[in-house]
Design a protein around this ligand. Sequence first.
Ligand SMILES: [Zn+2]
Length: 231
Amino acid sequence: MKPVELSERNTLFTEKMGEFYDLNLGLIRGARRNYLIDTGLGSGSIAPVTEYLRGDGKPVVVINTHCHWDHVWGNFLFEGGTIISHRRCYELMEEHWDEMAEENKTAVDGEMRKCFPNLTFEGGLYFPDDGVRIFFTPGHSEDGISVYDGVDKVLYAGDNIGDTAEEIVPYIDTDIETFRRTIEIYKTYDFNICVSGHNKPQGRDILSRMENALEESWKKQIAQFGMPGEN
Ligand SMILES: [Zn+2]
């Protein structure tokens, strides 16, 4: 699919992942550096990005939103540069890379080689000269981070948004309270566009829509099973 320019300096690269899902990589073209958010399924995912950046001499900083295989398999193409993740993401990748690669090997797009992040953090990172912030947002996974372009007001939430139009709340591998806290963190950022790993770009209302969906599923559970601790 063709790259979609979301704003002056934000571009979305989307490819099909199986029959039902899209896979998104995001690009922020900062004043000093380019920031690539996730590296997809291998060299095939990265080719359109390289093509798009042809002639742009700025360094590319890669950011892995979390350790899942469909977000990191193109890392090796940036081996000599900076690849950022949360500390926990690095640990989980070290632990699970081989089994994730084996289980999902038919999904590789082009070539893939093992390559871990080389700059990890806890809490947050800020690139003031580019107006880019990276911060810890566990929920979908325990190692999740998000990226905010404060110049164009675009938020990259990784897989903290569900994968499709019908399923806006993601699979939550932590717990509901952790996920709710991450929604509260997102509320403190002034964004107009929210990009995620698999869904279409969303507006700011995605936060209240996710909260409503969580509330609905909670009510359904109570109707079905009663209040916790009631029986
Ligand atoms: Zn994921």
